[in-house]
Design a protein around this ligand. Sequence first.
Ligand code: FE2
Length: 356
Amino acid sequence: MLKQSHMVSHQIGVAACGQSILLGFRLLVHSPRIKQVALLRGYPTQPLFQRRSSTCHLHRTTKAAMGSPTVHTFFDGVSSTCTYIVADVASREAVIIDPVLGFTVEGTKIDTKLSDELLAFVEEKQYNVVRILETHAHADHLTSAQYLKLRLGGSVPVCIGEGITQVQRTFAKKYALPPSFPTDGSQFDCLLRDNDTFNLGTATVRAIATPGHTPDSMSFLIGDILFCGDLLFMPDVGTARCDFPGGSAKDMYKSIRNIYALAENIKVYVGHDYAPPGREASWESTVAIQRQNNKQISDKVTEEEFIAWREGRDSTLGPPRLLHYSLQVNIAAGHLPEKEGDGRFFKVPINSVVEF
Ligand SMILES: [Fe+2]
């Protein structure tokens, strides 16, 4: 299923944060060199962790053990999403995981500031982006995969789990998309199967199917780091909902137990962080920490207990704010809806108990 194979690796520590997507970026600095870069670019600087609003944008780089890839995390405070650039410093090859396209419901406005920041960073580091990876078809933010692909020259493969075809069939029907809308996953450049591997520098990337939140959910194990998408959140937050079509608390339990069977020192990088009040946004834990401390699914929690809790909780949740917009773009690999007349349009279902 893989159309190409490529490579990566791991390194240093920096951080940056913006006030909001509308107000622009504000770098938080704890490195003289980065502070210099920030000043050169005209960004205001301030000490790390000084202030982070709920809409702040963070960028932090993590150095891991020898032979591991460098992880650059870009946290979007609007959607609480972690976008990762994972790179092999030696070869300069990199992958981008779960990039976010800015979107404002009021005015149906798309902006590319977050993605432009990624592109500027890639350019500054002189990385060669060899794949864009989606952990799943997100329901809470739009992907910028196609925008990035276009800006990166048009040939970087956009990849997702093969379960996307199930998601496409479901939502093509729900949104009454035209018969010309493919439901075979062909909008993507590669559909990943469980256990597919490819190289990134000296590291091996392994795709691990982790259905539960959605049927197409994939985690990516790169060296000793697992990017788990919405399978697990930070231990004090727990797990993602499983009530989207094709989602399953039972599948999620099984997927998490598979991940818990990995080595305890594997680092786990989550797809979102909904930090409780008083805690800074964070995204890194380990298999051991999750097994011990995940508030919804530690080693002490049985399958029956987890399913009962998860399903009960999901029954109380409303739809994500960007649900319809996200899905119509994300099941199309990040392409905007086809042009009709003078524009492009989203479809939003009407909920009414009365027909008239
Ligand atoms: Fe999600």
